[in-house]
Design a protein around this ligand. Structure first.
Ligand SMILES: [Ca+2]
Ligand SMILES: [Ca+2]
Ligand SMILES: [Ca+2]
Ligand SMILES: [Ca+2]
Length: 258
């Protein structure tokens, strides 16, 4: 079905077509998900996030620049919301009355911090803030602080790992750790469209070649910057395993628009 649209392009693209049509296509790249983290508990009584809400591990959260009180990049999404509807297929159920849920830092990168409504800074392991009870809904401020002496201007992704704890009468087991990735790079382009001009064409293909480093190897684009590497992954790591290889190439080929 791609052959007619590809007619007249180079022989390289015919290989692309063959690979693309052979592959299962359309897994979305890791991208920006709108919405909150949904908090619930398993049937066995462990705090858990549902995959129906924002999944920290599957998303880069883009923080816009801020000025004034805070310097650097900050936003208050995603927040935390209590799950309302049971999800037996995910083994996650609504929180019960009596719970008292806290968010606790396990680890976070230098210059990153979470700020709660009382302006308490969370940036050291063990620090925590109260999120609420069985109907919790709270937004912290996520902040990459460019005033921090440890702020590294060559860094473009900041990670922060948390767990949820219950200090209430329900005595839920703490959640598994979960890790957010925040970035100050604008990632609002579509999968495959590296140069963000609304198509996937030979220009993007050239960028794919620059990003291609093979299985289980981080991209090493010529530009050599964190931002270039991140753009490689967001554009071309279409099977979301943190590399750009031939498996991604097969999916990339199917995205060709011209
Ligand atoms: Ca393009
Ligand atoms: Ca183009
Ligand atoms: Ca791979
Ligand atoms: Ca990949």
């Amino acid at each position: 079905m791609y052959a007619s649209r590809m007619a007249g392009k180079s022989s390289v693209l015919w290989i692309v077509v063959a690979l693309g049509s052979a592959a299962g296509v359309s897994a979305p790249a890791r991208a920006e998900h709108q919405g909150d983290v949904w908090v619930g508990r398993t049937a066995g009584g462990q705090l858990a996030l549902t995959p129906s809400g924002y999944v920290p591990e599957e998303n880069y959260r883009v923080l816009p620049p801020v000025s004034g009180l805070l310097h650097g990049w900050a936003d208050d999404d995603p927040g935390f919301d209590a799950l309302q509807t049971p999800e037996p297929q995910n083994n996650v159920y609504p929180l019960q009355a009596g719970c008292a849920i806290r968010l606790e830092v396990v680890a976070c990168d230098p210059a990153f911090r979470a700020i709660d409504a009382a302006y308490q800074i969370l940036d050291e392991p063990g620090e925590s803030t109260y999120l609420g009870g069985s109907s919790l809904h709270v937004h912290l401020t996520w902040h990459v602080n460019s005033d921090d002496p440890l702020y590294d201007p060559t860094q473009c992704v900041w990670q922060a790992t948390f767990i949820l704890r219950d200090t209430g009468s329900t005595h839920y087991t703490p959640s598994a750790p979960f890790t957010f990735s925040f970035t100050n790079v604008d990632l609002s382009f579509d999968a495959g469209d590296y140069d963000d001009d609304g198509d996937v064409d030979l220009t993007d293909y050239a960028a794919f070649e620059d990003c291609l480093a093979g299985p289980d190897t981080p991209p090493q684009p010529a530009a050599g910057t964190c931002e270039a590497e991140l753009r490689c992954l967001v554009s071309f790591d279409l099977d979301d395993d943190e590399d750009v290889d031939l498996a991604d190439f097969a999916q990339f080929a199917a995205l060709f628009t011209d």
